[in-house]
Ligand binder design. Structure first.
Ligand code: WTA
Length: 627
């Protein structure tokens, strides 16, 4: 990485600054942290509440409980849909959907509200009410969005599971979440290949006693052969009597909106819990200021709604802002390398929120692809998920005209909203995620919580609560506390960074056992747990190995069981095993069979030693290593 001090500035066009919602970041930031309640209260007034908040924040520094918008009653679905329809925007496009096989569909705000309200009716008929849990295992299609919004409308809690996850991964999430209803589809498509979701869902839901119904959304025309406990969406739609729109259920500041499972340092993924009202304020405000959403915009975020980026910046944040959102199923290089560029041209996309891996892939595929399309509609770019290296930064900036604001946004499943980012009106530094969003007190500190000096590496923390903060880890409050106690009293993100003299953040990656493969978050322990369920594997260690395209790739070291030494498993067999246990995103790229793993005397695998060896770096302090 280039040193922060030497990185060049890009100063935005004065016309952009003049028109910006935040013409003077420094002033707004100073005011926002001097009186965060006033800052957030002002923004909350732009949203609709049945009962307005009595208090903006109730923060308990002992339990780390941050209750935002105390006393308020409201509903996020009503804010995302009904509010705009009432304001006369029923005919404005809310979702433009493009399928993997080239299908296209447009949902106006009116149609999205109608479908959401109908599906909420159906869920209600199936016994889902406020606080009840629903798992959504769907491909990136409008119905995925509708199912999420319908849950929110009822005050029910959704847990979306990315449709690339395997049956075992879905099963472990169902076991933990114990939903009443599972919503799935017969299939999804990726690179033209059919993904048999219903089969996977059937294998996963065996033994989940809480489930009373599986709703199947048909994607293909062929008739569905349903099993007991399954209902097809068209059948339910024709059976349920709709007596007008279903009234949104007002919820309080403590009522959860969703649980999203993400990887941590243990083998078991954790359910990050977000609540409706605080999350609504955080995603609304950040989407508004960072992407400067206007009625004329077409906004394209390349994530899948199954990840946090999709939750916050495909579904909730943009719809709360009455945006037109392009939702795309598939990959950036299928049917050809012009996929995204052609969508931008065809739909006159003005805001393109992408990922470093996508950008690096496009860069590798060559300049002629973007050059072949009319990209003049673009006005703001974004990136998320891993550090955006200066080379990729310069490339995307150049091929889109060399003038656009590029928002390298840093945040996490736990933060719910973007925390560190440039704004369209602030100077840009390639390789930097800019400075904290107004109202957010992010810093880089040492182990005892003292700020490190500019240019020094330290840990990224958040000092004070923020509206869309997660409220707990589902069923595991102790794990929630750990985020705040590792560096006492501060929220520790697990990332390291440097700040330069201007306070711009340069993110360096995770310092814990979490790796980021093409922006997907995986725990090394999770991969290791999956490996050792293979009958021939005794022990396993996984590391993230730097990779030019994907940021990191998964490299695993395995020790075989004695009986397997004469007939070791084939590498493809091991890959397939992990695929089945976790899903394609966790498949190891490199596998080494070794005789033993470096361990501490207490038996902990020293992954850092494996990583240092792999990269030809010094192995560091080995005093705790067993002989
Ligand atoms: C990483 C994704 C550098 C980081 C929204 C963080 C980033 C983890 C950036 C969270 C960025 C995200 N620059 N690193 N702009 N954005 N990260 O929960 O390591 O899937 O801790 O949320 O992604 O991943 P998660």
């Amino acid at each position: 990485m280039s040193s922060p001090e030497k990185s060049a500035f890009f100063i935005p066009d004065p016309a952009i600054i003049r028109k910006s919602r935040v013409p003077d970041y420094d002033r707004l930031y100073a005011a926002s942290v001097a009186d965060p309640s006033a800052f957030w209260e002002n923004l909350s007034k732009e949203l609709l509440f049945h009962t307005p908040p009595k208090k903006i924040l109730d923060w308990s520094p002992r339990s780390f409980e941050g209750r935002w918008l105390v006393g308020a009653m409201g509903n996020i679905c009503e804010n995302a849909l009904d509010r705009h329809v009432h304001d006369g925007f029923a005919n404005k496009a809310a979702l433009i959907w493009v399928g993997d096989r080239g299908e296209e569909d447009i949902y106006t705000y009116g149609r999205l509200l109608d479908q959401t309200s109908r599906f909420a009716h159906i869920l209600k008929e199936l016994g889902v009410g406020k606080g009840d849990r629903v798992t959504i295992y769907l491909p990136p299609t409008p119905f995925q969005v509708i199912a999420m919004l319908a849950c929110a409308r009822l005050g029910a809690v959704h847990s979306v599971v990315f449709s690339g996850f395997s049956a075992m991964a879905l099963k472990s999430r169902l076991e933990d979440f114990e939903p009443k209803v599972l919503v799935t589809a017969d299939c999804g498509f990726r690179r033209g290949k059919r993904i048999p979701l219903l089969e996977t869902a059937r294998a996963a839901r065996r033994g989940i006693a809480s489930l009373t119904c599986t709703v199947v959304v048909p994607r293909e025309a062929s008739p569905l052969l349903l099993e007991p406990g399954e209902r097809s969406l068209p059948d339910l739609m024709s059976e349920v009597r709709f007596s007008g729109p279903l009234t949104p259920v007002p919820v309080s500041c403590d009522d959860p909106l969703f649980v999203l499972y993400t990887s941590g340092t243990t083998g078991k993924p954790k359910g990050v819990v977000h609540v409706q009202l605080g999350y609504m304020l955080g995603t609304y405000a950040t989407a508004r200021y960072i992407f400067d959403l206007q009625d004329s915009d077409v906004y394209f975020c390349v994530a899948d709604p199954g990840w946090i980026t999709g939750h916050s910046y495909i579904v909730y944040g943009p719809l709360l802002n009455r945006a037109t959102v392009l939702l795309c199923e598939g990959t950036p290089d299928y049917p050809d390398a012009g996929r995204h560029w052609s969508l931008i041209e065809r739909h006159r996309v003005s805001i393109y929120y992408s990922t470093p891996t996508t950008i690096r892939l496009q860069m590798r595929l060559g300049d002629s692809w973007p050059a072949g399309y009319d990209l003049s509609s673009l006005r703001i770019l974004g990136s998320v998920g891993e550090p955006l290296n200066p080379e990729a930064w310069h490339w995307i900036h150049r091929v889109t005209g060399g003038k656009l604001p590029l928002m390298d946004t840093w945040w996490q499943t736990e933060t719910g909203m973007i925390m560190i980012t440039p704004l369209p009106s602030t100077p840009l530094k390639p390789g930097s995620a800019g400075r904290p969003f107004p109202g957010v007190e992010a810093d880089v500190v040492d182990h005892s919580g003292h700020p490190v000096r500019p240019g020094e590496t330290g840990m990224v923390v958040i000092r004070t609560p923020w509206p869309s903060m997660f409220r707990t880890v589902y069923g595991d409050p102790e794990r929630y506390r750990k985020y705040w106690t590792e560096i006492p009293g501060l929220y520790f993100s697990g990332d390291s960074a440097r700040k330069d003299d201007d306070g711009s953040f340069f993110l360096l990656g995770r310092v814990d056992d979490v790796i980021k493969v093409a922006g997907h978050r995986l725990g090394t322990a999770e991969i290791e747990s999956a490996l050792i369920t293979h009958p021939k594997i005794a022990e396993a260690a996984a590391i993230g190995k730097p990779d030019e395209l994907r940021g990191e790739i998964i490299k695993v070291f395995i020790v075989l069981r004695p009986h397997a030494l004469s007939e070791p498993p084939h590498r493809d067999e091991i890959k397939q095993h992990v695929r089945l246990e976790l899903g394609g995103i966790a498949e190891p790229h490199e596998i080494d069979i070794v005789l033993s793993l470096p361990k501490t005397r207490s038996g902990k695998i020293m992954r850092r030693v494996l990583k240092a060896r792999e990269m030809g770096l010094p192995e560091g302090d080995l005093s705790t290593m067993e002989d």
